[in-house]
Design a protein around this ligand. Structure first.
Ligand code: FEO
Length: 167
Protein backbone atom coordinates (compact mmCIF):
# COMPACT_ATOMS: atom_id res chain seq x y z
CA UNK A 1 0.00 0.00 0.00
CA UNK A 2 1.56 3.25 -1.10
CA UNK A 3 0.46 6.41 0.72
CA UNK A 4 -1.22 9.43 -0.81
CA UNK A 5 1.86 11.42 0.20
CA UNK A 6 4.16 9.23 -1.92
CA UNK A 7 1.71 9.25 -4.83
CA UNK A 8 1.65 13.03 -4.67
CA UNK A 9 5.46 13.18 -4.59
CA UNK A 10 5.63 10.83 -7.57
CA UNK A 11 3.14 12.96 -9.51
CA UNK A 12 5.32 16.00 -8.81
CA UNK A 13 8.38 14.08 -9.95
CA UNK A 14 6.65 13.23 -13.23
CA UNK A 15 6.26 16.98 -13.77
CA UNK A 16 9.91 17.58 -12.90
CA UNK A 17 11.05 15.00 -15.44
CA UNK A 18 8.78 16.59 -18.05
CA UNK A 19 10.23 19.99 -17.21
CA UNK A 20 13.74 18.56 -17.61
CA UNK A 21 12.69 17.32 -21.07
CA UNK A 22 11.52 20.82 -21.98
CA UNK A 23 14.68 22.41 -20.57
CA UNK A 24 16.97 20.10 -22.55
CA UNK A 25 14.92 20.57 -25.70
CA UNK A 26 15.30 24.33 -25.28
CA UNK A 27 19.05 23.88 -24.83
CA UNK A 28 19.06 21.69 -27.93
CA UNK A 29 17.31 24.45 -29.88
CA UNK A 30 19.96 26.95 -28.82
CA UNK A 31 22.72 24.74 -30.23
CA UNK A 32 20.82 24.15 -33.48
CA UNK A 33 20.58 27.92 -33.83
CA UNK A 34 24.36 28.11 -33.49
CA UNK A 35 24.79 25.41 -36.17
CA UNK A 36 26.23 23.07 -33.54
CA UNK A 37 23.82 20.32 -34.48
CA UNK A 38 25.83 17.53 -32.86
CA UNK A 39 25.53 19.13 -29.44
CA UNK A 40 21.92 19.96 -30.30
CA UNK A 41 21.42 16.25 -30.98
CA UNK A 42 22.93 15.37 -27.60
CA UNK A 43 20.42 17.53 -25.74
CA UNK A 44 17.55 16.35 -27.90
CA UNK A 45 18.34 12.76 -26.98
CA UNK A 46 18.60 13.84 -23.34
CA UNK A 47 15.15 15.41 -23.63
CA UNK A 48 13.75 12.08 -24.87
CA UNK A 49 15.39 10.29 -21.95
CA UNK A 50 13.65 12.62 -19.54
CA UNK A 51 10.29 11.85 -21.13
CA UNK A 52 11.12 8.17 -20.71
CA UNK A 53 11.82 8.80 -17.02
CA UNK A 54 8.42 10.50 -16.69
CA UNK A 55 6.84 7.53 -18.48
CA UNK A 56 8.38 5.02 -16.08
CA UNK A 57 6.97 7.00 -13.17
CA UNK A 58 3.58 7.26 -14.89
CA UNK A 59 3.47 3.46 -15.12
CA UNK A 60 4.55 3.07 -11.51
CA UNK A 61 1.83 5.39 -10.17
CA UNK A 62 -0.68 3.43 -12.22
CA UNK A 63 0.67 0.06 -11.06
CA UNK A 64 0.31 0.99 -7.40
CA UNK A 65 -3.28 2.06 -7.93
CA UNK A 66 -2.57 5.78 -7.63
CA UNK A 67 -4.28 8.55 -9.53
CA UNK A 68 -1.97 10.10 -12.11
CA UNK A 69 -2.37 13.88 -11.96
CA UNK A 70 -0.43 15.82 -14.54
CA UNK A 71 0.78 19.28 -13.62
CA UNK A 72 1.59 22.49 -15.42
CA UNK A 73 5.09 22.50 -16.87
CA UNK A 74 6.81 25.90 -16.59
CA UNK A 75 8.29 27.45 -19.71
CA UNK A 76 12.03 26.70 -19.83
CA UNK A 77 14.58 29.47 -20.46
CA UNK A 78 15.58 29.97 -24.08
CA UNK A 79 18.36 32.53 -23.68
CA UNK A 80 21.76 31.35 -22.54
CA UNK A 81 25.11 33.11 -22.26
CA UNK A 82 27.10 30.57 -24.22
CA UNK A 83 27.73 26.82 -24.61
CA UNK A 84 29.53 26.54 -21.28
CA UNK A 85 26.63 28.23 -19.51
CA UNK A 86 24.29 25.57 -20.91
CA UNK A 87 26.44 22.63 -19.84
CA UNK A 88 26.80 24.13 -16.37
CA UNK A 89 23.05 24.67 -16.10
CA UNK A 90 22.43 21.08 -17.24
CA UNK A 91 24.72 19.78 -14.49
CA UNK A 92 23.05 22.03 -11.95
CA UNK A 93 19.66 20.73 -13.06
CA UNK A 94 20.71 17.09 -12.73
CA UNK A 95 21.84 17.81 -9.18
CA UNK A 96 18.40 19.25 -8.41
CA UNK A 97 16.71 16.17 -9.85
CA UNK A 98 18.96 13.92 -7.76
CA UNK A 99 17.99 15.81 -4.61
CA UNK A 100 14.34 15.54 -5.49
CA UNK A 101 14.56 11.77 -6.04
CA UNK A 102 16.52 11.34 -2.81
CA UNK A 103 13.80 13.20 -0.95
CA UNK A 104 11.15 10.79 -2.24
CA UNK A 105 13.35 7.83 -1.28
CA UNK A 106 13.73 9.33 2.19
CA UNK A 107 9.96 9.79 2.53
CA UNK A 108 9.34 6.24 1.30
CA UNK A 109 11.94 4.88 3.74
CA UNK A 110 10.31 6.74 6.60
CA UNK A 111 6.97 5.16 5.70
CA UNK A 112 8.45 1.67 5.32
CA UNK A 113 7.38 1.80 1.65
CA UNK A 114 9.73 -0.78 0.17
CA UNK A 115 7.91 -0.86 -3.17
CA UNK A 116 8.75 2.76 -3.88
CA UNK A 117 12.32 2.56 -2.61
CA UNK A 118 12.85 -0.49 -4.83
CA UNK A 119 11.32 1.28 -7.83
CA UNK A 120 13.43 4.38 -7.29
CA UNK A 121 16.69 2.42 -7.09
CA UNK A 122 16.89 2.54 -10.90
CA UNK A 123 16.62 6.33 -10.76
CA UNK A 124 19.28 6.63 -8.07
CA UNK A 125 21.70 4.72 -10.33
CA UNK A 126 20.60 6.75 -13.35
CA UNK A 127 21.30 10.01 -11.52
CA UNK A 128 24.84 8.88 -10.70
CA UNK A 129 25.40 8.33 -14.42
CA UNK A 130 23.67 11.53 -15.48
CA UNK A 131 25.61 13.71 -13.05
CA UNK A 132 28.84 12.03 -14.09
CA UNK A 133 28.16 12.61 -17.82
CA UNK A 134 27.05 16.20 -17.25
CA UNK A 135 30.13 16.93 -15.17
CA UNK A 136 32.43 15.43 -17.81
CA UNK A 137 30.81 17.58 -20.49
CA UNK A 138 31.36 20.73 -18.42
CA UNK A 139 35.06 19.84 -18.29
CA UNK A 140 35.16 19.14 -22.03
CA UNK A 141 33.37 22.32 -23.11
CA UNK A 142 35.81 24.36 -21.03
CA UNK A 143 38.67 22.67 -22.93
CA UNK A 144 37.26 23.24 -26.42
CA UNK A 145 35.15 26.39 -26.27
CA UNK A 146 37.84 28.77 -27.55
CA UNK A 147 39.23 26.43 -30.19
CA UNK A 148 37.01 26.14 -33.30
CA UNK A 149 38.68 22.93 -34.53
CA UNK A 150 38.28 21.25 -31.16
CA UNK A 151 34.70 22.49 -30.88
CA UNK A 152 33.98 21.05 -34.33
CA UNK A 153 35.28 17.63 -33.21
CA UNK A 154 33.33 17.84 -29.94
CA UNK A 155 30.19 18.60 -31.95
CA UNK A 156 30.90 15.57 -34.15
CA UNK A 157 31.35 13.39 -31.08
CA UNK A 158 28.02 14.40 -29.58
CA UNK A 159 26.30 13.89 -32.94
CA UNK A 160 26.82 10.15 -32.37
CA UNK A 161 24.45 9.91 -29.44
CA UNK A 162 21.27 7.96 -30.16
CA UNK A 163 18.21 7.50 -28.03
CA UNK A 164 17.94 3.98 -26.63
CA UNK A 165 14.81 3.24 -24.64
CA UNK A 166 15.45 1.17 -21.51
CA UNK A 167 13.08 -1.13 -19.65
FE1 FEO B 1 15.48 12.29 -15.26
FE2 FEO B 1 18.17 13.71 -16.01
O1 FEO B 1 17.00 13.07 -14.71
Amino acid sequence: MVSDNIISLMNSQIAKEQYAAQLYLSMSAWFYTQDLEGIGNYFRVQSKEELMHADKMFDYVHDIGGTIILQDIPQPPHEFLNAQDIFEKALEHERLVTKSIFSIVKAANDEGDFATTSFLQWFINEQVEEESSASLLVTKIKMVKDNPSALYLFDQELAQRVFTPTQ
